[in-house]
Design a binder for this molecule. Sequence first.
Ligand SMILES: [Zn+2]
Length: 84
Amino acid sequence: MSAPRDRRSPADEPLGSITRPLVDDSAIAPACHACGARDLTRVRVALPDGRPAVFASCPACESTAWFVVDGDGRALGPDGTPRT
Ligand SMILES: [Zn+2]
């Protein structure tokens, strides 16, 4: 199940700085998929297929999920398949 669009946004990729919150990723990973908490730890990463993504970890229930940047907003599991 792949999206037909293939938009890339190189402009928002700050070089050499994944620890500084240069961008607000709360819109990409709005809430924990498991418990709905909004106070998530978010880290910008790249998926193996090259898509930029946000890895979100929930301090409340310790669930983790991936969210594709510019994707459909679904929480993905460790293997990249959507969590339900
Ligand atoms: Zn949670």
